[in-house]
Structures are given as C-alpha cells and as structure tokens.
Design a protein around this ligand. Structure first.
Ligand SMILES: NC(=O)c1ccc[n+]([C@@H]2O[C@H](COP(=O)([O-])OP(=O)(O)OC[C@H]3O[C@@H](n4cnc5c(N)ncnc54)[C@H](OP(=O)(O)O)[C@@H]3O)[C@@H](O)[C@H]2O)c1
Length: 254
C-alpha cells in the first residue's frame, strides 16, 4: 500500500467548505496530507476546520475569492510562499445559472466563465512555481459530464466545463517536462448545495435517476475518491485524462 497515502503532501483545494471540495479535503486529511482550503465564506471555513479538528486533523483555510486577482496575490500567494512547494492543486470551485441560452444576461455568462474556467487558469498559473518544486505534482480540474453531452445544465456551464477538459489536456503535455501531472474528473449529479434545488424536485430527480444505470445520484465522497486517486502516487503514469464518474450515464442511450 506504499502508494496509497498522501503523507508529506501539501494540497490546496479551492471551494473546500461544501460538497465535493469538502469531501475531498476530508479524504486528503485522512490519507495524511497537509490541506489548505479556499472559499469566500469565512464562517463556513471556521466550521470546517473545527469539524476536522474534532476528527483529529488540522487543516488551514483562507477566506478568498478565487476570481479576484487581489485575493490571489494578497491572501493565497503568501501562504504558498510560506509552504515553499505545493504537491496537489484541486481546481474545484464552480457555479451555475440554469436557463435558456437566449435568456442569459452577458454578465451572467461572464460570471460563469470567471468562476468555472478563468479562476482555474489563474490559480494554476499562481501555483506553478510551487508545483514545479514538488517531486510529484498533480493538478486536478473538476469538470463535469456537461463538458461531454447535453445535460440541460445551461449552455455556458457546458462550455466552461469543456474548456476545462482541453485546458487539462494541453497543460498535461506542456507540464510533463516538470513532472506535473494534470487530470480532470467529470462528475454527474452529486448531492451538494450546488444541485440541491434540482435534486429536491421529485420529478427532475426521477428523470436523472432513470438516465443513470446505477439508479441513483452520487454522494460527494464518491467524487472525492476519484479526485484522490489522481492525486496519489498510485496514478503516477496517468496524465491528461478525464475520469468520468457518472454511474454509467454517458454510455447509456436507451
Ligand atoms: N454537484 C454536482 O452534481 C456536480 C456535477 C458536475 C460537476 N460538478 C462540479 O464540481 C465542483 C464542485 O461542485 P459542488 O457541487 O461541490 O459545489 P458547491 O456545493 O456549490 O460548493 C462550491 C464550493 O466552492 C466555493 N466557491 C464558490 N465560488 C467561489 C469563489 N469564487 N471563490 C472561492 N470559493 C468559491 C464555495 O464556498 P463559498 O460560497 O463560501 O465561496 C463552496 O465551498 C464544481 O466545479 C462543479 O461544477 C458538480
């Protein structure tokens, strides 16, 4: 089991207070990593750190907006400088506004792009000099099955998630020379605050379940284990990959 732990690894997870990000932070801590989470709500960060403390883990958290160049430079960069190197970056932050394409305001589209793709690009750039210092660095971008097929998520969301996949592939090739692996995980419906309003509508939930061979939606922990695999030494020959975690949804046609 020599490759199935994260002892001695420093990990930064964006959006680590809820849903998939929080489950990933918990999994990383359980496997021995040093974890830094970023989210905008400072109270929720405090609550997460306390929860992990009661489990016997010490994590760090920064209240910052990953879309803000000011926050990246003034709040996130100083901690990375203190850490000196970074082994794992999980670009997990994401948002959505679901509506017909014609109904989007330009500002709403911009907000989805800023949150889902531009923040991942700038965070990855910010972290590069620290990832380069790691002997086994891994970047994991949390995309979505909406990058691959239409899932009625709204067009801008699908566009940003598709961009994350090509960002992953190009960077995997470019950064192989630094021994930095870059992969993506693409979840289908997972029970988190982001999907609460959709999954709380019984008819919509049933439609989603009917489309899913495994006959249920996912729990955040099931995405966390996929993300964790790509962070482990156990996946050391995998780069530029998109790990689809969808209960079989994308291979079902009838
Ligand atoms: N849940 C699903 O079914 C599903 C399916 C496919 C893909 N995904 C993808 O998986 C990722 C995580 O989704 P989730 O469902 O776990 O989301 P979530 O429950 O809404 O949690 C999002 C996390 O990101 C933080 N966050 C949002 N905007 C931020 C910003 N600008 N700066 C810093 N932190 C920010 C939130 O905290 P604050 O609000 O305090 O900032 C929270 O911790 C997203 O990329 C999403 O697109 C999810």
């Amino acid at each position: 089991m020599a490759n199935w732990h994260l002892k001695g690894k420093k990990a930064l997870i964006t959006g680590g207070t809820k849903g998939i990000g929080k489950a990933t932070a918990t999994e990383f801590l359980q496997l021995g990593a040093e974890v830094l989470i970023i989210a905008r709500n400072g109270e929720e960060i405090k609550a997460c750190l306390q929860e992990w403390q009661t489990m016997g883990f010490t994590a760090q958290g920064i209240a910052a907006d990953v879309c803000s160049a000011y926050d990246q430079e003034n709040y996130i960069f100083p901690i990375l400088k203190e850490w000196k190197s970074l082994d794992i970056l999980v670009n997990n932050v994401g948002t959505n506004i679901r509506k017909e394409f014609i109904e989007y305001e330009a500002e709403e589209i911009r907000q989805i792009f800023e949150t889902n793709i531009f923040s991942a690009i700038s965070m990855t750039k910010l972290c590069f000099e620290f990832l380069e210092k790691s002997t086994e660095a891994s970047v994991i971008n949390v995309s979505s099955v909406a990058a691959l097929v239409d899932v009625a998520s709204g067009t801008p969301y699908g566009m940003t998630k598709a961009a994350e996949l090509q960002f992953t592939r190009n960077l995997a090739v470019e950064w192989a020379k630094y021994n930095i692996r870059v992969n993506a995980v693409s979840p289908w419906y997972t029970r988190t605050p982001l999907t609460e309003t959709v999954l709380n509508q019984p008819a919509r939930l049933q439609k989603i379940i009917d489309k899913t061979p495994l006959n249920r939606v996912a729990e955040p922990e099931e995405m966390a284990t996929a993300i964790t695999f790509l962070a482990l030494k156990a996946s050391s020959y995998i780069t530029g990959h998109n790990l689809v975690v969808d209960g079989g949804m994308t291979i079902k046609t009838l």
